[in-house]
Design a binder for this molecule. Structure first.
Ligand SMILES: *Cc1c(COP(=O)(O)O)cnc(C)c1O
Length: 392
């Protein structure tokens, strides 16, 4: 007997990143020495003091239901974080704690987007954005970018993409998959279009702490109070504090959005795991040395991976200023990104994510959230593979 699923399920696809990561893990479990550049998460363990705070919370019986929008102390600590790090004033009522940054965005799309609404998404993009929009019945409008502009859109492109149906513009800086970071002036120029056309912008700032050289994070909400009133900030602890499995994220937004999200949350997930929220408070309120230690390790690997890439001329890649990814142009090899990644994994034991997952079939994404030895070995294997298929 065939089961008839709801039509909305047909509109979305399973995550390709998760599928390739699973295949690489399975090969490793069989004893195959895979070098994995596929992970979208820090390879570090959660800092000890964060774990200790959650353990303490467990011992103190923080094991019950809490308020749907989050522990009041965490919302207050997040308001202080936004003031301290981003120069933004938010009341705790403007903040909702969610089950990770992914859930923040999912819930936001649920409360904002209806059939007919258009969402502008610069491409390449984080693969979950269009799926979330599709599930809500909205329409994704992709704005393509290329290596020439460092995979960043320019205001003219945003202007051209806006229609009377545009509801929301998705900005992700630093970016997954490209590592691109928008400079403050570039953000201001995009902000002018947002204001002119009276649309909303969601700023996915999950990689705000992972920046190299002189790159600075500048939230579009900080452009002006008018912009802050049109901005939804999405962030979380997964990438900054190596807390991917904890599932703690948050949104800072105008209060009517937060209230609507809290209602949806109240009928779906309820509060985020109570003792995990106490870990998040410790992550915010204690020394941030752990964040800079992880950043220093990422910086060393980034230099190593870029040095190797420079020595493989058929591959191209602008220098990414943030996150822990490089987005590498493979178009000179003549392969599709999926075929390239398949052969690279099966024959050379290197896992990478095809760019097609992010809306760009000319590229692959390499994550350097892996130890330096694997970076060195994996890049050597990649160089051999490229040499074999291009003769260069
Ligand atoms: C990892 C990631 C998120 C959110 O991750 P969570 O684990 O759900 O907090 C959001 N946006 C981008 C671009 C990401 O890479």
């Amino acid at each position: 007997m065939g089961i008839k699923l709801a039509g909305r399920v047909d509109r979305i696809k399973p995550s390709l990143t998760l599928a390739i990561t699973a295949k690489a893990k399975a090969m490793k479990a069989e004893g195959i020495d895979v070098c994995s550049f596929s992970a979208g998460e820090p390879d570090f363990d959660t800092p000890t003091h964060v774990k200790a705070a959650a353990q303490r919370a467990l011992d103190e019986g923080k094991t019950k239901y809490g308020p749907a929008a989050g522990e009041p102390t965490l919302r207050a600590a997040l308001a202080r974080k936004l003031e301290r790090d981003n120069g933004l004033t938010y009341a705790p009522e403007n903040i909702i704690v969610t089950n990770g940054g992914k859930h923040s965005l999912f819930e936001l799309i649920q409360v904002l987007i209806e059939p007919g609404d258009e969402v502008i998404i610069p491409s390449p993009y984080w693969l979950s954005y269009p799926e979330m929009v599709a599930l809500a019945g909205g329409k994704s409008v992709f704005v393509p970018t290329s290596a020439e502009t460092g995979y960043k859109i320019v205001p003219e492109q945003l202007h051209a993409a806006i229609t009377p149906n545009t509801k929301l513009f998705v900005l992700n800086s630093p970016s997954n998959p490209t590592g691109a970071v928008y400079a403050p002036d570039e953000i201001r120029a995009l902000a002018a279009e947002v204001l002119k056309h009276n649309i909303l912008v969601v700023s996915d700032e999950i990689y705000e702490k992972i920046l190299y050289d002189n790159a600075k994070h500048f939230s579009i909400a900080a452009v002006s109070p008018e912009l802050q009133a049109r901005t939804i900030i999405s962030n979380g602890f997964a990438k900054s504090h190596a807390m991917t499995g904890w599932r703690v994220g948050y949104i800072a937004a105008p209060v009517e959005i937060v209230k609507a999200m809290a209602t949806v949350q109240g009928h779906s997930t309820s509060n985020v795991c109570t003792f995990a929220q106490f870990g998040a408070i410790a992550a915010l309120e204690s020394s941030q040395d752990c964040v800079s230690e992880m950043l220093n390790a990422f910086a060393v690997r980034r230099r190593a991976i870029l040095k190797h890439l420079d020595a493989i001329p058929p591959l191209g890649c602008p220098r990414p200023d943030g996150a822990f990814y490089v987005f590498v142009d493979i178009s000179h090899t003549g392969y599709t990104s999926l075929d390239f990644c398949k052969e690279l994994l099966e024959k050379h034991r290197v896992a990478a994510i095809p760019g097609s997952a992010f809306g760009n079939d000319s590229c692959i994404r390499l994550s350097y959230a892996t130890d330096l030895a694997s970076v060195e070995e994996g890049m050597m294997r990649l160089a051999k593979f490229v040499e074999k298929i291009t003769g260069a």
